[in-house]
Design a protein around this ligand. Structure first.
Ligand code: CP
Length: 315
């Protein structure tokens, strides 16, 4: 693949290749010397048009640990604020010969459009409600390491599905790996036609959680809600917030996930989120660095192979 724009374009074997390589980077990251040289001589530019803590920090660390020169474009201080378009901004940076462009943007499809205009490899760090492929991959790595497999599991995804690129990418990935998917949330926060995605839909959290191996909670994305009805936060927590009492309905060894950032006391009880016997939230963050290293390593190999091919073409 030339870019990583979404899970949509990845086969089962592509996903396994990324996760296998990411496993080796988990070990590297746990060691004293974290350096590798898969991106040596390469330039990585991170362009975040939307706020981020985990994704931005882990892409930056991933690039640095692999030996790339990493530049974080300060969007708030850039000419974007003078009205320069996304495409003009990307073309300007493209002229500086980056090898990897990591992009987060509030508009669904913006990253795909940008990828069609530049020469380098583009990685989608989250675009609107569309996709967040590295989040789904890091979630998959966390699940695979905890459960010993990434198929034949019952996974409950709970909360604001309608606005969630994390849910969309996870449904695509976990569906491709042949898991049983349950979607739980109020009807106002479910996208139309969700039933066509090969998932079961529940409004009752206790029913939806029954015998789940994995419980994935999602943040209420108020910034994307433009008028969609949600109950009061107290009512939402009562019906859809995960606490120890509701978790009893899942399997005894179920794991609890959340992509972050969390609204404690809205979609998840704070004590449960911090309970290391069930919560793998910090592990998800750790896996994020390894998965992003693997994704960039694989794209860099393709870039090098393409360059080598181009150089050997006879004039
Ligand atoms: N999970 C996630 O994308 O978090 P950030 O918005 O902090 O990057």
């Amino acid at each position: 693949h030339r870019h990583l724009l979404g899970i949509q374009g990845l086969s089962r074997s592509d996903i396994e290749t990324i996760l296998d390589l990411a496993d080796s980077y988990v070990e590297l990251n746990r060691g004293r010397d974290k350096r590798a040289d898969a991106l040596r001589g390469m330039t990585q530019i991170n362009m975040f048009f939307e706020n981020s803590t985990r994704t931005q920090a882990s892409f930056e660390l991933a690039g640095k640990r692999l030996g790339a020169d990493v530049m974080n474009m300060a969007v708030a201080q850039s000419s974007v604020k003078k009205g320069e378009t996304l495409i003009d901004t990307a073309m300007t940076l493209n002229a500086m010969h980056p090898d990897l462009l990591v992009v987060r943007h509030p508009n669904s499809g913006a990253v795909n459009l940008l990828a069609s205009k530049v020469n380098c490899a583009v990685l989608n760090a989250g675009d609107g409600r569309h996709e967040h492929p590295t989040q789904a991959l890091l979630d998959a790595l966390t699940i695979r390491r905890r459960k010993g497999r990434l198929s034949r599991l019952t996974v409950a995804i709970c909360g604001d599905i309608a606005h969630s690129r994390v849910a969309r990418s996870n449904i695509l990935l976990l569906g491709r790996m042949e898991n049983r998917l349950r979607i739980i949330g109020p009807p106002t926060l479910l996208p139309p036609g969700i039933g066509n995605f090969g998932v079961e839909v529940f409004e009752d959290m206790r029913e939806g959680l029954r015998d789940a191996d994995v419980v994935m909670m999602l943040r209420l994305q108020k910034e994307r809600m433009d008028g969609a009805f949600i109950p009061s936060m107290r009512e939402y927590y009562h019906r859809f917030g995960l606490d120890a009492e509701k978790l009893v309905h899942a399997k005894p060894d179920a794991i609890v996930m959340h992509p972050g950032p969390m609204n404690r006391g809205v979609e998840i009880d704070g004590l449960l989120a911090d309970d290391i016997n069930v919560s793998v939230i910090q592990e998800q963050v750790e896996m994020g660095v390894a998965v992003r290293m693997a994704a960039m390593d694989l794209l860099a190999r393709n870039l090098r192979a393409r360059n080598d091919r181009d150089e050997t073409v006879p004039c």
